[in-house]
Design a protein around this ligand. Sequence first.
Ligand code: GLC
Length: 546
Amino acid sequence: MSDFKDKVIYQIYTKSFRDSNGDGLGDIRGTIEKLDYLKSLGVDYIWMTPFFKSPLNDNGYDISDYLSIDPVFGSMEDVEELIAQADRRGMGLMFDMVFNHTSTEHEWFQRALAGEKKYQNYYIFRDGSPDAPPTNWESKFGGSAWAWVPALGKWYLHLFDKTQADLNWDNPQVREELKNVLRFWKKKGVKGFRFDVVNLISKPAIFEDDDSGDGRRFYTDGPHVHEYLKELVADAGIGDMVTVGEMSSTSLDNCIRYTNPGEHELSMVFSFHHLKVDYKGGDKWALQPPDFAKLKDIFTKWQIGMQETGGWNALFWCNHDQPRAVSRFGDDKRYWKESAKMLATCIHLLRGTPYIFQGEELGMTNAGYTSISQYRDVESLNYYQIMLQNGTSEAEALEILRQRSRDNGRTPMQWSGAPNAGFSDGTPWIMPPDNFKTINVQMEEQDEDSILNYYKTLIRLRKENPVISDGQIEFLCEDHAGVFAYRRFLDGDELFVYNNLTGKEIVLTDAAWAVHGKKLIGNYEGIQDESNHLVLRPYESIAYRP
Ligand code: GLC
């Protein structure tokens, strides 16, 4: 197993990071230009979202050739240079492996459509009639999970867009093809992999209707998923690399197995339960303010559960599928800086490996779009139509997208106050929010007290303090919904972390010893105490040794 406990991983959404050639799309050469910036931040690994050959219906998560680079992103030579340049700076690249499905433009799927039995067995085809899909399962992007191919008289399964056909992992030839992809990139010098929705790869032996849901209970953490992962990792020889699996609607028990070193599966997992605490009735498209009590319960359950069993969490608030954390859980107006720093502290001092999604380190906010024409994401556009069909008013549907759309995380990286936020000299494929004039790398590099500099400190502290990277954890203030607090401890060293999740002052009467503490990091000056009570100012974050 590679050593990843004191490491920090930075996620690049390639299409929105830096455009080097003025075509409005981020690319590999643009990423190379910015490696010094990433080095100055102090990150160890860079996870890049897919830039392989793709029709880009789902921005590269619909791959038509795993072994070549889509020309809009660059060439194989560019990728080789990226790997070498990152290596020279002591950073490793992690590539994004989308193995649950391929694009329907992939040669395998095209040959299946042309009637080749061998390739039909690479996917999940079922005979039937055009008016009756094999099951009532729903696609995660809306509508049926099955698409009809008239020429074949068959349906195929697509858990995502209909141009993303699910692979048949029960076929050993498919597993062998995917191992070859990993071997290929490992040989090129890639240091790790992120596996897209990898807990959905094993489908049930029998396909049946779901009378109480959308079908996910049949294929989530499916029957052979652990066996297939072990085989993949062992045969492709990637057990010594850093690996993270994206786990959709998963369970703690499965994640323990995915990450316990004795199982030889993955280094760590992304789970998403903590990012559903503002889904009303569990529905992403129904708004409610974040339920902080629930958020704390979820973190406690996962942190303690993984600790007790030798599992390991990936720690994150943001990625390319999520709204911006500061707009969602903080206050991106009155307490923009305080709440962005507080959210960073919460995550970075937990037990696990932190991920920073591009722009999070600047406190980048949601997009603030007001018209449907500004959105690009296939999921957002589908659900907008579905909401209107279900009788939601246009204004309400737009408000829901404003808060929930994946495009909130996909606006261009804000490099400077120059046109298009310094992302591109052309017309960006998606527009930045107006606030790039004040929220950008150039300004924050010059401001000692910036969110960017706060992230740099958090990253450095993880490397200097084994109690952060290796320590045990226990939770404090469990009955206080507004305070997320915990204690880390290792060989007599102790760290107390208090985060005020609210915009109101909170007085903790049971933390009297705080006043004797030595502060490690915090987002306000000093420690404020009143007659031996710890007073947390709005969105205050403080970590100290007693
Ligand atoms: C993952 C990706 C997301 C993509 C989906 C289908 O959830 O993060 O962007 O749309 O898988 O590949």
